[in-house]
Design a protein around this ligand. Structure first.
Ligand SMILES: NC(=O)c1ccc[n+]([C@@H]2O[C@H](COP(=O)([O-])OP(=O)(O)OC[C@H]3O[C@@H](n4cnc5c(N)ncnc54)[C@H](O)[C@@H]3O)[C@@H](O)[C@H]2O)c1
Length: 266
């Protein structure tokens, strides 16, 4: 079957119970992979595991399982990687996806403590997961995909803390790619623009005019829509399975949101 581009390989996806991570999990299962997802939301993780298992069953290939893990805790991440490797005896791809975008506000309203907490979730977790997974990835000639964001490159209003964490993920990815090339491990990042996920819905629900907020989200792309989690998942399968001469590169998937000059002031 031409679709099974990642058969007999193991992919671990943090935050695979929702949104972009779940879309990645679906596409890796469709590619025939054994997929482990983690989340700090027990019920959501179990529901995603069940849905992914149905998908694997229907196509007669691939598998999925859920492991509870709060990526902010080193010991949870260590246990996640140990569980994955003892379950499948190998690890081929790590996708660091778990993360959060706080509500928009100016720098004056962010505290240093909030910033530190976000660095823990969006950046230190990526460092730890890579560090714990690398001994296994070096054995398989595997690869890492870090989910950054388009706004790491182009900035975003009232989002200094989030944008800084994702910018750090981009730089971290390039530096790690340099170090790990000699060990046969590729390290890339993916920078989504607006992808319609529960996190985006959270922003819509919190907006004073939710319909306007969603319409603005869609109009930000030259393609006049948001992307889907599965579209990001297919890019990640390509990076893991096919992009064998690509390392240290950021891959923007944005529907053209960053193209062209436009009005930037009121
Ligand atoms: N949706 C977008 O438009 C967009 C754009 C650019 C980048 N991103 C990035 O994509 C990633 C996923 O975003 P999403 O929109 O799918 O969000 P989402 O809220 O739908 O899903 C986030 C996932 O991360 C998990 N998670 C959150 N905190 C965790 C923790 N402490 N421990 C373990 N798991 C945790 C959640 O359980 C969930 O599975 C994030 O890193 C986000 O910054 C999203």
């Amino acid at each position: 079957m031409t679709g099974l581009r990642y058969a007999n390989k193991v992919a671990l996806i943090t935050g695979g119970s929702s949104g972009v991570g779940k879309g990645c999990a679906e596409e890796f299962v469709k590619a025939g992979a054994d997929v482990v997802i983690c989340s700090n939301r027990e019920g959501e993780g179990a529901a995603a595991e069940a849905a992914l298992q149905v998908l694997a069953c229907e196509q007669g290939a691939g598998s999925a399982s859920f492991v509870f893990c709060d990526v902010r805790r080193d010991q949870d991440l260590r246990a996640l990687i140990d569980t994955t490797v003892s379950r499948y005896q190998r690890l081929d791809c790590l996708i660091n996806n778990a993360g959060w975008h706080p509500p928009h506000k100016p720098i004056d309203d962010f505290s240093a403590h909030e910033f530190q907490e976000l660095i823990g979730l969006n950046l230190i977790s990526v460092f730890n997961a890579c560090k714990f997974a690398l001994p296994h990835l070096r054995r398989t000639g595997g690869n890492i995909i870090n989910i950054a964001s388009l706004v790491a490159t182009i900035g975003q209003r009232h989002a200094v803390t989030y944008t800084a964490t994702k910018g750090a993920v981009l730089s971290f990815t390039k530096a790690l790619a340099l170090d790990e090339a000699a060990n046969g491990v590729r390290v890339n990042s993916v920078s989504p623009g607006n992808i319609y996920t529960p996190l985006w819905q959270e922003a819509i629900d919190a907006a004073p005019d939710p319909a306007r907020c969603r319409a603005d989200g869609e109009a930000a792309q030259v393609m006049a829509r948001m992307g889907s989690p599965q579209e990001v998942g297919r890019l990640c399968v390509y990076l893991a399975a096919d992009a064998t001469f690509t390392t240290g590169v950021d891959h923007i998937i944005s529907g053209g949101a960053e193209l062209g000059y436009g009005r930037k002031t009121d």
